[in-house]
Ligand binder design. Structure first.
Ligand SMILES: *Cc1c(COP(=O)(O)O)cnc(C)c1O
Length: 397
């Protein structure tokens, strides 16, 4: 893409209904948002437990900033590793039942780092076809031979493992698939990893905080093994930012010494580590948040199951509604937004061609009435005959 080609490139994206634009948020984190000046219900965020704006997290940040300052000042290996990080890592490791944990600035960085640290030319990495883009990028950048297996197809994976001559092998999966909300069979995958002497790398961006009483997908399946590498992000259910990798002590020590996205980046602010510590206490202590979001999931799932569009079953707060073509998906999303309901349209290349969808994200921040409004609006295709929109938003009533 040369400097003269950008205008055409952008026009081409518009023609394909693939041009993205960012919404400027004008109100604080929560169930109510504002889209282009209009109040709306936010069914777009991954703040599944409603913690991102929680006053306890805000206070932890403020107290952390007062105590440690704002910036960390350097990478963790130089002078950016504070007691707040150290304590957060200990607490995270204990929380997911592993020996040690390491904080990263993002899940994207963690995925690049871990795969790059363990794999190189001549090794082999096997990824589920529906893995998140950050995991695919990590697999590609690792320089290992990268093979993708059919979604959740363990026979296909086993045949690839059987055939590989590589000495170091790694299986990489999302624990909960980010666009469908379905789950990976982790226990069976760990069985294959043992049989073929491979690592199992689990990206639990959408399970941490929710499954296993909040302790995550691996805990929910009762899995602990030094060949299982657990990664979870802290910007979704945990409501903060960043990510962590948990596993055996030697693995974490190896990452500290070799993970490029750990070594060559400024450490996250210590105040965020304090917010993470506060978040862990809320995840453990406020189980009503999980009860509430899962109650919304069951209600919406039942409504979508009898609706006009394909709804692959999901027991997670990610509820997909497959429309098919990008243009129809975008216009449904826009009609909903005109009614004060924000549900993002997810289009190729994020999902496969012909599988454009609405991705509805539920949260403990939503109340029953909000979910009722969503169900009513979806029920009439977003045409706005299901009810008035006057009761949305902070300025109403
Ligand atoms: C969001 C997400 C990531 C990236 O995490 P960030 O902390 O946002 O960089 C990685 N994997 C999956 C499955 C995700 O959904």
């Amino acid at each position: 893409m040369g400097p003269d080609e950008l205008a055409n490139g952008l026009a081409e994206l518009s023609v394909q209904h693939r041009r993205r634009k960012r919404m400027v948020m004008q109100v604080a984190q929560g169930a109510l948002a504002e889209c282009e000046g209009q109040p709306c219900l936010n069914f777009a965020a991954n703040d599944y437990l409603g913690l991102a704006g929680h006053p306890v997290l805000v206070d932890a940040c403020i107290a952390g900033a007062r105590r440690w300052g704002v910036g960390s000042g350097a990478s963790a290996l130089v002078s950016g590793y504070y007691d707040a990080h150290c304590q957060a890592e200990r607490e995270l490791a204990a929380f997911v039942g592993r020996d040690a944990a390491l904080l990263f600035t993002s899940g994207y960085a963690a995925n690049q780092s871990v795969l790059g640290s363990l794999l190189g030319r001549g090794d082999a990495v096997f990824g589920d076809r529906l893995n998140h883009a950050s995991l695919n990028d990590g697999c590609l950048l690792s320089r290992a031979t990268f093979r993708r297996f059919r979604h959740n197809d363990l026979d296909h994976l086993a045949s690839l493992l059987e055939a590989t001559p590589a000495r170091t092998r790694l299986i990489a999966v999302d624990a909960v698939y980010s666009m469908d909300g379905d789950e990976a069979p982790l226990a069976d995958l760990l069985g294959l990893a043992r049989r073929y002497d491979a690592w199992l790398y689990v990206d639990d961006a959408h399970g941490f905080g929710l499954l296993g009483e909040g302790h995550g997908s691996a805990c929910a399946s009762g899995l602990a093994d030094d060949r299982l590498i657990y990664m979870a992000t802290l910007g979704k259910a945990a409501g903060v930012s960043g990510a962590f990798v948990a596993g055996g002590g030697e693995l974490i020590e190896w990452l500290v010494n070799t993970a490029r996205d750990y070594i060559y980046t400024t450490a996250a602010p210590p105040m965020l580590a304090e917010a993470v510590r506060a978040s862990l206490r809320l995840i453990a202590g406020e189980s009503w948040r999980r009860d509430r979001v899962f109650a919304h999931v069951r209600r919406l799932g039942a409504a979508l199951a009898v609706g006009e569009f394909e709804h692959p079953p999901s027991r997670m707060p990610i509820q997909p509604l497959i429309i098919g073509n990008s243009e129809q998906t975008s216009s449904l999303s826009e009609r909903l937004r005109a009614q004060g309901i924000w549900v993002p349209a997810i289009r190729p290349p994020t999902v496969a061609e012909g599988r454009a969808r609405l991705r509805i994200s539920l949260s403990a921040a939503h109340d029953d009435d909000m979910v009722s409004r969503l169900i009513a609006a979806l029920g009439d295709g977003g045409h706005g005959t299901a009810g008035d929109r006057d009761d949305v938003g902070p300025g109403s009533g």
